[in-house]
Design a protein around this ligand. Sequence first.
Ligand SMILES: C[S@@+](CC[C@H](N)C(=O)[O-])C[C@H]1O[C@@H](n2cnc3c(N)ncnc32)[C@H](O)[C@@H]1O
Length: 321
Amino acid sequence: MPLETNDNTGHIPVLAPQVLELLTPRPGQICVDCTIGRGGHSTQIAQRLSPGGHLVGIDRDSQNVEHSRELLKQSAPKNVTWNLVHANFSELTDVLAHLNIDKTDLLLADLGFSSNQMNDPNRGFSFGATGPLDMRYDLGQELTAAQLVNTLDERSLADLIYQNGQERLSRKIAAKIIDRRRQAPIKDTMALAQIVRSAYSSVASRSRGRRVPRRIDPATRTFMALRIAVNRELDCLQHLLHQLPNVLQPGGVAVIISFHSLEDRLVKTAFRDLDRSGQAKLLTRRPLTATDDERKNNRRSRSAKLRAICFESRTSEPVMA
Ligand SMILES: C[S@@+](CC[C@H](N)C(=O)[O-])C[C@H]1O[C@@H](n2cnc3c(N)ncnc32)[C@H](O)[C@@H]1O
């Protein structure tokens, strides 16, 4: 199977050669893919664990878990065992305990959303088409973006958009949302995108025709902020990072790919602290990013940052008094 696996919904795994080079999966090893998604990375990893290795794939999205299950049934070597689990990677220790796995050799987390989630209007992640304001990775979860947009008070909404989206017009956008929802609940992605754009155009019209250069749709940051909040993405990542020293074998490698600066900051800080405390060694002093060719072929790769760390091999066991 080629490295640039492209499934039927257009998801291309990012930085795949770099992931494989840093993890260097070997026969007999255990690898945990915390975000198996469409199985793009994991199908490549499974080939290299043969013979005798074991793959654990986790995802919050049961549809992605089922897709990857079918893929692995067809493509995983018969002498590699695997378990796929519909779970949140913030519960990693419990997931592994349930599978009777004490520690893993390798761990991958390719954060955020997969292309099929973004491209499906019914999931509500994108303002490219009309869909319900949903944004849940796990469709069993109760909280949706519509609930946040229609129930938070103005200040909480502004703070959420500012903190998770780094959106400088957060107060204006929150005021417009409150204004609009007094008439009727805001139910779909297009309606929300229009409200955000109207906050931008009212600022532009007050700046007397001076054009503020814009590289992205004004709705981008607000949508990102809501997605992060609905899925508690930063909390979950923080929980995962805390568990790494307990779940990785001595000599084990963790690779994390992030897609926005808030995530990357958490990974960078956690890895730096592990390195400074002598528990692990950084394998990437600076984050790896996509080559020009990958950027051209895969838009998602443009914001990807990969960091890797290796847990220290124990040279001598602690002496018991
Ligand atoms: C970028 S995609 C992974 C793509 C995968 N590496 C591949 O090559 O097909 C991210 C996946 O992580 C899942 N996800 C996001 N947050 C999660 C969490 N806290 N726990 C488990 N899965 C999560 C999403 O549902 C999505 O399927």
